[in-house]
Design a protein around this ligand. Sequence first.
Ligand SMILES: C[S@@+](CC[C@H](N)C(=O)[O-])C[C@H]1O[C@@H](n2cnc3c(N)ncnc32)[C@H](O)[C@@H]1O
Length: 296
Amino acid sequence: MTDDGTEAETDPQDAIDAASAERERGRDPRVYEHTAGDVQEGIPFVGAGPGDPGLLTVTGKELVETADLVVHAGSLVNSELLERYCADAETVSSVGKDLEELIPLMRDAYEAGRHVVRLHSGDPAVYGAALEQMDALEQEGVPTYIVPGVTSAFAASATLRTQLTLNGTANHVAFTRPQGKTLDPEDDHISDFVEMGDVTTCIYLGTHAIPDVMDRLLDDGHDPETPVTVVYHASWPDEDIIEGTISTIGEKVEEVGYRASALVIIGDAGAGTGYERSYLYGDWANRGSETQEADD
Ligand SMILES: C[S@@+](CC[C@H](N)C(=O)[O-])C[C@H]1O[C@@H](n2cnc3c(N)ncnc32)[C@H](O)[C@@H]1O
């Protein structure tokens, strides 16, 4: 229940279960009526991007500029972005608020005719816990939709002036997180991704656990010289880059003391080394518009 006594009419877990069951029966018709980027009826779940206000999408910026209430992801959303684009809105941090508090907060504001924006860090689809909020709101009759953003792995690769996929080095990208309070050890697949060899492993939510993760990789017999790059606060004014390997990065990160807000990239692509020219600007470039889908 919120401070002013309002509460969600439906238990959030019941709303999630109902929405899952509905999706098993078929897609929501709105999936076919809109494209990503359309401004739709309801509360937009906007990706704020990694931090730099310039990395908010044009649509996201227009939505927050006209919002009356912006519920944002606390310190992961740069306060400069809030000051620049949400000066006229009431801003509320979602940190420390459970669904039972968040849902009535957004529902009541929406039903009172206010423009409400839910502002997530990066992209809401990556470790954003957006869908459960959307399902709970929808269950209470409040339409919702997603406006994508730049996830922090993309900001980190841009900072590092590299790609996450590179011909001959990395054909795959894994967005992952380490075991901990919300992930059981048997569901931690970081070692499996590293074992595959041609995967760029991007670890979210693992800054505090970097030494542990690296110890486990060493225990599993991975090459201690495998490159690991940690990008703290990618795109923020205090952005920092720590370069190392599986055997050295843990100590380096401990020395600087970062415990949160960093992206860990394991693999040669993060270092931009050892790749080969692509087919796109080689043989394929001379084949005209054949059936193979071109890479950008
Ligand atoms: C709750 S998750 C949210 C991820 C977010 N939805 C995204 O797409 O980037 C928070 C984690 O994202 C990563 N992260 C978020 N912003 C970052 C940034 N600017 N630089 C590096 N890592 C960031 C960190 O690993 C942090 O622990």
